[in-house]
Design a protein around this ligand. Structure first.
Ligand SMILES: Cc1ncc(COP(=O)(O)O)c(C=O)c1O
Length: 439
């Protein structure tokens, strides 16, 4: 079929109306997915799909085979323990020692139904431990669904974009919220979805110190564990280690996901690692909601029990097998996902050569890593306008408006679904875009 680009604005608008997309600026990822599916069908073309953060690599056979074996041995009929199977708890604790260099006992390493469930359960308990402290502060930009979780729970949040508050400026900005006394939890992802910024040690120290000073629980989302490819965080027991706030405070819960690092999204398996100190801490206010006022017991015996009574048995076995191989040094889990960094370097180059700019481009003085996501803008266009136009040239994305970013000119690009065989198409489309739109 001949090149249909740029696609008709009217057709795109008609499909948007059908899908109830009033503005592209606030369209959800799933709405963009449906819109692009319809356009692909209508025009018979494959888009360069960068809207959804799905793993673009196959799941490791170590996990798959361990799960098959577990299923054959009969685990499907057996409820797993609510607190998780011992083998996985043990490997999570080892993983924390070997790749974060922190001590955390197996008891407080709790498998969850994805990182998604971990944040939900932690909100449920952490935001109720103090009658006055009832609000989560998001250090944005961030993963929009976590704000929806709080909406669904009827809980409060505040947020700010870290863009203008990197380094030492972060302290004053955080304190401007903390002084009000209502902040119970911080949440951020590191590496960050959508901007792929990585907090520096200085920034993590500031967050940890303020968590201690103002008694805030830090929910550190490590869904992209170790994927800052500027360093090699993948050698067990050897520095450098994945940076973490756990080096600066005991008031933390770490959120793990097998989805991206282990390409295991379909099995919905993650974990929360609650510091031993926090796990055993008593908060009288919890007794208004839970039978136990001990943090960890409220999380396990009530939040987890009532939500899903644990995590699927076989996928825990699969996750445990992959972690064990990583811990034993027989599976290079970071090497396996480095492909995303290579894709990002090439895709960024194609955008930059065609007049685009990178929005979030530095971690303090260091240039940003190439990884799972990056952010772009085009001079003179808002993010909404840019997305509308890129769709006409067969490239999909999401706007930063949906992520709590103040950079309304920006779009998030996810590299996972674009392998190198699509780069020629992408280049051709971006060149055409540039010809039509000029500098
Ligand atoms: C920052 C962040 N946290 C959590 C998740 C959810 O992870 P899971 O698939 O383990 O629920 C994602 C998924 O994209 C994410 O980007």
């Amino acid at each position: 079929m001949s090149n249909p680009f740029p696609l008709s604005k009217e057709v795109i608008y008609k499909f948007r109306e059908e899908l109830g997309i009033k503005t592209l600026a606030h369209a959800s990822i799933r709405q963009i997915v449906y819109l692009v599916n319809k356009l692909q069908e209508k025009y018979g073309v494959q888009f360069i799909r960068t809207e959804m953060g799905v793993p673009g690599l196959p799941a490791p056979s170590i996990g798959v085979e361990a799960e098959i074996e577990a299923l054959k041995s009969g685990v499907a009929s057996i409820y797993p323990p609510i607190e998780g199977i011992p083998a996985l708890k043990q490997e999570l604790s080892r993983f924390a020692k070997l790749f974060l260099n922190i001590e955390i006992s197996p008891d407080v390493c709790i498998p969850t139904v994805g990182a998604m469930q971990a944040s939900m359960l932690l909100f449920l308990v952490a935001n109720r431990r103090d009658a006055v402290k009832d609000t989560t502060l998001f250090i944005d930009p961030g993963f929009p669904v976590q704000k929806r979780q709080l909406g669904v729970l009827g809980m409060k949040y505040e947020s700010f974009d870290i863009y203008n508050f990197r380094g030492d400026k972060l302290r004053e900005k955080l304190e401007s919220y903390l002084k009000k006394g209502n902040i119970s939890t911080f949440l951020y992802s590191n590496p960050n979805n959508p901007a792929w910024i990585c907090f520096t040690e200085n920034e993590l120290r500031i967050i940890g110190e303020l968590a201690n000073k103002y008694d805030v629980i830090v929910l550190e989302d490590l869904a992209y564990f170790g994927m800052d490819f500027r360093e090699d965080f993948g050698c067990p027991g050897e520095p450098p280690y994945q940076p973490t706030v756990a080096n600066y405070t005991n008031n933390y819960a770490l959120i793990f996901s097998s989805s991206k690092v282990f390409s295991y999204a379909g099995q919905r398996t993650g974990a929360m690692l609650i510091s031993d100190e926090l796990f055993n801490m008593q908060f009288p206010n919890l007794s208004g909601w839970f039978v136990s006022d001990v943090f960890g017991r409220a999380v396990l015996q009530e939040a987890m029990y009532t939500a899903s009574a644990g995590t699927a048995h076989s996928s825990q076995v699969g996750f445990a097998a992959m972690l064990k191989a990583a811990n034993d040094g027989t599976y290079d889990f970071i090497g396996n996902v480095r492909e995303y960094g290579k894709r990002a370097a090439s895709m960024k180059r194609l955008f930059l050569e065609n007049g685009f700019k990178i929005v979030y481009d530095h971690d303090e003085e260091k240039e940003l890593a190439d990884g799972f996501y990056f952010t772009i803008c085009y001079p003179g266009m808002t993010g909404e306008e840019l997305l509308g136009e890129l769709l006409r040239f067969g490239i999909s994305a999401i706007t930063l408006d949906t992520t709590g970013s103040s950079r309304t000119e920006g779009l998030r690009i996810c590299v996972s679904q674009t392998s190198s065989d699509r780069f020629a198409d992408m280049e051709e489309r971006l060149k055409l875009f540039r010809t039509v739109h000029g500098e």
